[in-house]
Ligand binder design. Sequence first.
Ligand SMILES: [Zn+2]
Length: 342
Amino acid sequence: MARKLKFDILAFLELHGVDYRTSGKNCAKGHCVVSCPMCEAEGDPDPSMHMGIELSSGHWGCWRSSHHRGKKLTSLMTKLTGISFKEAAQLVGDAAESVDKEEFDALAQWLSGIEEQANPAVQSPPKTLPMPSSFRPITDSRFAQPFRRYLEKKRGFRRQDIDKVIKTYDLRYCVQSGSWQQRLILPIYRDNKLGTYTGRSVDPNEQLRYNSLSKDKSVVNIKETIYDYDGLMNTTGRALFVVEGPLDMLKMDFYGRAYDCRTTCLFSKTATPEQIADLYNVHRNFAYVVVLLDAGEAKSASALLDELSLIPNLMSLEIPYEGVDDPADLYPSEIAEICSEI
Ligand SMILES: [Zn+2]
């Protein structure tokens, strides 16, 4: 029988500013729900809160993925708030859990290049990743038209820029049935080769907006790199913007380049130690590193700024336009204005 938990989960969530619900969609009786931090970490935002926590036992599970579940509340707590395992274990009052080594107190280690010893039981990732033949270059063909239209009408790229956007980011499309169907594909390169990819659905009825290649199939896990790390290491500029999602990045980066600004993204609201290390490595190439998060995300923005606080030229910026929640929704002229005033 499950041990009864003395720890007050709701008070903990409250204290750390984690949004939760105790009723409504996805929420069973005696549970609370939060946005699944593991979905988020995999680049799949979860605004409708699929992570349920049983208040009496602390057992947790995500409705979307059977991999996102567990009985140890401490590991979920660290993922939700960024506190260490040790702190979480002390709060829950279970000393046995404080020895969990898998987690990431080890930022300092990462930055000095000392990696945790690889666990031999874990299969190593593939060394190369071929571009699937079903990921077609976006040409003028009939099949490619919906994706061109998506970039122009839904994403606000200027028509005359579409070809250059496609070429700059090597954008592809997929119409083959399966999990990549009707997705605009963004390849993610690392060490000058294809590391992984993510696909944004162009179908407004699709629930899963982003689909990313799983960790075990990727040369580099999408949450262990920032976008265009190679390119950012080999360039200099005035500002490097850090945004959440790939589409935010595409728009900000494409229209910011003329102003000596670049943009990268984290593929979710939070930065992993690997991504923090990437940003730390590229920060010297820019006068400023500017966190530009979606409007209404003050909590996650301040958590992210905390995580990135070791970057000396860090600043943050709220979108200065009324009614624009998302960097992807900025007009090219607004991006130009932001970039020229940094
Ligand atoms: Zn999940």
